[in-house]
Design a protein around this ligand. Sequence first.
Ligand SMILES: NC(=O)c1ccc[n+]([C@@H]2O[C@H](COP(=O)([O-])OP(=O)(O)OC[C@H]3O[C@@H](n4cnc5c(N)ncnc54)[C@H](OP(=O)(O)O)[C@@H]3O)[C@@H](O)[C@H]2O)c1
Length: 298
Amino acid sequence: MRVAVTGANGLLGGAAVALLAGRHEVLALGRGPCRLPPGPHRWAAVDLGDGSSAGEALRAFRAEAVLHAGALTDVDGCERDPDAAWRVNVGGTEQVARACRELGARLVAVSTDYVFDGEAGPYGEEDLPNPRGAYARTKRCGEEAALLLAPGCAVARVAVVFSGRPGAKATFATQVVEKLSRGEPVRAFADQVVSPTLAASGAAMCLELLLESGYRGVLHASGATALDRVDFARRVARRFGLSGEIVGVATADARLPAPRPLRAGLRVDRAAGLLREKPLPVDEAIDRFHAEWQGRAG
Ligand SMILES: NC(=O)c1ccc[n+]([C@@H]2O[C@H](COP(=O)([O-])OP(=O)(O)OC[C@H]3O[C@@H](n4cnc5c(N)ncnc54)[C@H](OP(=O)(O)O)[C@@H]3O)[C@@H](O)[C@H]2O)c1
C-alpha cells in the first residue's frame, strides 16, 4: 500500500516511518531536508503552512493512507505566533484532509490531550474539549477540519510524546536523563497530570488504526498511565539507575506564555479494547525508552 506520513522528522512521524519500512511503499513528508536514518522511504520537503505543497505531494504519490503527524508543537511558540499556529495546525490539516478526500485515502490525524482544559481529567473520547491557548485551539480546529473534510477519518490523541530513538529530539524524559547524568537537578511540574506516550508505541497504535481498523472519529492513543510529571521523572530516573534531585514546581510559578491543562491525561480503554497494539503502562514504556537509549549509546 502507498502510505504517507507527515511530520516525518518528528518524534511520532519518525517512529511511524521506521515501523513502516519494508512493509509498505512510504512517502515521508517533512519541513526541509530529511533527518531520518537512511531507509527505503521517499522524501518530500513540504510546508504544511503554505496551503498547497503537502496536498500536491500526496496527490503526486497517489497516497492510499496518510498518517498526519506534522504540527507546530512548540506550545509557547504557538502562543507567541497564533497566525503561524493556525496556518500549520489548521491549514496544514485542511490541505492534507482535502487531498485524502480527493484520493479516497484513509486519514489518521494526530492530536493532543491539550484539547481539554485540564479541570477534570483523565478524559475519555466522549468528554467535551475546551481548549485553552493557541496551540490547543488550533489542534482542536485541526481535529474538526480532519473529521469534516476527510470522510471516515480518525483522530488519534496522544500526550507528552517521548523517544530514545537515535536522532529524536529532546523531550522532558530525555532531559531528565541528561540532567541527572550530569549531576544537575531536574525541575518538574508537580501539578500537571499527563499520560506519557512512547513515540514508537503511539506510532504503532496510529498505524494499526490507519491500516487495519476502519474506526472513525476520535480515539485516545496515549500511554495507559496518567501521573504527575514528578512521578514520571522519578520513574525514569529509577529505571536509568540515576539518583539526584527532582524538584516539584508549580506551573503557575513558571509564568509560561501558554496555559497548560493541569489535571489532564487520557483514558485509553477504547483503544485497549479495539487495537492489538495496546496502550503501554508507564513503566513498560520507560523500559522500552531505556532500551532505545541503550541502542543510541551503542
Ligand atoms: N510532542 C508532544 O508531546 C505531543 C503531545 C501531544 C500531541 N502531540 C501531537 O502529536 C503529533 C506529532 O508530534 P510529535 O510529538 O512528533 O512532535 P514533533 O517532534 O515536534 O513533530 C512535529 C513535526 O512537524 C513538523 N512541522 C512543523 N511545522 C511544519 C511545517 N510548516 N511544514 C512541515 N512540517 C512541519 C516538524 O518539523 P521540524 O522537525 O522541522 O520542526 C516536526 O518534525 C502532532 O500532531 C502533535 O500535535 C505531540
